[in-house]
Design a protein around this ligand. Structure first.
Ligand SMILES: O=P(O)(O)OC[C@H]1O[C@@H](O)[C@H](O)[C@@H](O)[C@@H]1O
Length: 318
């Protein structure tokens, strides 16, 4: 899928860097040794999984928990009231040989395979989920991770930036807060997404509520044609890959668990991509739906400027 800027000035606004390169998985794997957080940065609340990846476990007073991996700053688990709300695909690699396919997978500075914009022709979903973010602070209920350019990143996208991402848990919700600061003089373009995998008991028990009705969407399963959503609530009965412009309030309703999960956006995220690889048993298609928090139209962040996006997950009963 190729992003087409809706306004010609999107291109004109883009900064002048042209030294972007496609990167191979091999180059990424080689480079990971250089970007991994040193062991000395691991505090008492950080753990290591069987595949050698570092993660933080957050706990709220009533026992809700979340797991946040430094690889890609990926939240892989959010459990509240005995229900797990996030899914990690059964084919996900949890050893650093691939980005984590699951949880709130972090896509930045590009979403999808190719934005179509100069300087934003990186690998699918950008590089943020390829690298180990540095843990800058952690408490029992919160972790802040940062990503700054190293040689691996500069080889693809040579801008001076700091990304900061805070995940915090409380008794009734999980909060995420992302901020990118442009520390340089020239502006840069970026998209962003939390490629959120929500666990469902079965697709037949799922409906996705929110402000979808009447909204325009790009149906990537139908030659990227533009359509208008007519349903009040979405169900998944076929392979789905739809970009809903101007929807940032999906609610995952699961009649099997009797629970719902509301995505509440405070800032930044504007659009929702609904994705499911229907029929793909290897990906565990019947156990999740992606309802992704996306900034699809590229943002221009001026030198010295910043951009923020805040989203919370709020569980409830049906
Ligand atoms: O497997 P990944 O990289 O986590 O991405 C999951 C999917 O994300 C979707 O947004 C893409 O359209 C798919 O092509 C892709 O397979």
């Amino acid at each position: 899928f190729t992003f087409s800027p809706s306004t010609p000035h999107s291109l004109a606004l883009f900064g002048s860097k042209s030294t972007t390169k496609q990167t191979s998985r091999e180059k990424w794997i080689d480079s990971r040794g250089g970007t991994a957080a040193p062991a000395s940065e691991s505090g008492p609340s950080l753990s290591t999984n069987d595949g050698g990846l570092t993660y933080a476990t957050l706990t709220s007073p009533n026992g809700s928990t979340a797991k946040v991996y430094t690889l890609g700053a990926c939240v892989t688990s959010y459990e509240s009231g005995g229900t797990e709300f996030l899914a990690v695909r059964p084919d996900a690699k949890m050893d650093g040989s691939k980005p984590i396919s699951g949880g709130l997978a972090f896509c930045w500075p590009q979403f999808g395979p190719d934005s179509g914009l100069e300087g934003l022709t990186l690998q699918q979903h950008g590089f943020a989920r390829n690298v180990d973010w540095k843990v800058s602070s952690t408490t029992d209920d919160s972790v802040t991770m940062t990503m700054e350019p190293d040689d691996y990143i500069k080889g693809m996208w040579d801008y001076d930036f700091t990304c900061e991402y805070t995940v915090s848990i409380s008794d009734d919700k999980l909060d995420t807060s992302f901020k990118v600061s442009n520390n340089g003089d020239e502006s840069f373009n970026h998209q962003a997404a939390l490629h959120s995998y929500f666990k469902v008991s079965s697709l037949e028990n799922l409906s996705i509520e929110g402000s979808f009705k009447g909204k325009e969407y790009i149906d990537k399963m139908d030659d990227a044609s533009k359509k208008t959503e007519e349903r009040d609530a979405l169900t998944i009965t076929a392979e789905t890959d739809s970009v809903y412009m101007g929807v940032n309030d999906p609610v995952i309703v699961d009649s099997g668990t009797g629970k719902k999960l509301s995505v509440e956006t405070a800032s930044g995220w504007e659009d929702c991509v609904v994705w499911n690889p229907y029929g793909n048993e290897g990906m565990g298609f019947n156990e999740f739906v992606c309802a992704e928090s996306v900034k699809f139209e590229p943002v221009v962040t001026e030198g010295g400027g910043s951009w923020e996006a805040k989203m919370s997950l709020k569980p409830g009963d049906l």
